[in-house]
Design a protein around this ligand. Structure first.
Ligand code: ZN
Length: 272
């Protein structure tokens, strides 16, 4: 019995000192077994295969009255890009969305065509919109260009105030992980003629490629070119749910999918 205890003790001591024996007198911290394990184990795979964001441009009334209740049934958040000078939603409604996990982002002050305006107006549209959002206690971290119109100059200006720039049409899937720093995100716009099946295929692709699909909606219901029917919208939300993709706001999508935590916070302080 005593012999057994001795062997046991020796074994325990040997195991305890093994790293020192192998690595020299004092094993540096990096070789501690738990750290070794942590550093060498593959990055835990995302629980989700692919991400989807529901985004809504312009701050339209039916984003609040129609889209929000449907998404709420599924517990999904969304991002609404508002024009702070001409939104249809009331400030109170924006706060209700915000309290329910939605992100309120910027779409300029006046829905300006940014590629056609001078530098001063460009700066005003970006800065004033952000300033209003901050005054309201809303994040205003992200930006989407009106009419999907952008060029190198406008994107550079957006980078001064916002963490990301999102396009409006024909974007496709954002490949993950994202690069660090300022994000130029692709958005996939929905127009009335686009079928449910076509949009389901985008969702399938995001899942297959483990990418991030950012859907861009305007009207839900109605007859305009940029409206999508309530039935199709509901069916698409259900499909995203059935396929098990992770639904995130734009901020959350960026934070979860950058390689390191280096979310690009705004470079310029804005007086409130
Ligand atoms: Zn717009």
């Amino acid at each position: 019995m005593r012999k057994f205890v001795c062997i046991l003790l020796f074994s325990l001591l040997f195991v305890s000192f093994l790293p020192s024996i192998v690595l020299g007198e004092e094993a540096p911290d990096v070789y501690k077994p738990w750290m070794f394990e942590q550093e060498n184990s593959p990055k835990p795979k995302n629980k989700y295969e692919g991400f989807v964001s529901f985004t809504f441009d312009d701050g339209l009334r039916n984003t609040f009255s129609t889209a929000y209740p449907i998404l709420k049934e599924y517990g999904y958040p969304a991002t609404v890009y508002i024009c702070t000078g001409r939104k249809q939603m009331s400030t109170e409604e924006l706060h209700i969305l915000h309290e329910n996990g939605w992100e309120i982002a910027s779409h300029t002050v006046n829905h300006a065509w940014l590629t056609r305006v001078g530098d001063e107006k460009l700066d005003y549209e970006l800065k004033e919109s952000k300033s209003w959002l901050l005054q309201q206690g809303l994040e205003g971290e992200n930006f989407a260009c009106p009419f999907g119109a952008y060029n190198e100059r406008t994107v550079k200006a957006v980078e001064r105030y916002y963490a990301s720039h999102r396009t409006a049409f024909g974007g496709g899937i954002n490949t993950l992980p994202l690069k660090n720093g300022f994000q130029e995100l692709k958005g996939e716009g929905l127009e009335r003629h686009l079928t449910l099946e076509r949009m389901k295929n985008w969702v399938r692709r995001a899942k297959k490629e483990e990418g991030w699909l950012i859907l861009v909606f305007h009207q839900i219901g109605g007859e305009s070119r940029f409206s999508w029917s309530v039935e199709k919208f509901r069916a698409l939300v259900q499909f995203v749910h059935d396929e098990g993709l992770c639904v995130v706001t734009v901020t959350e999508g960026v934070k979860r999918n950058t390689e390191k935590e280096s979310f690009h916070f705004n470079l310029i302080e804005i007086e409130q």
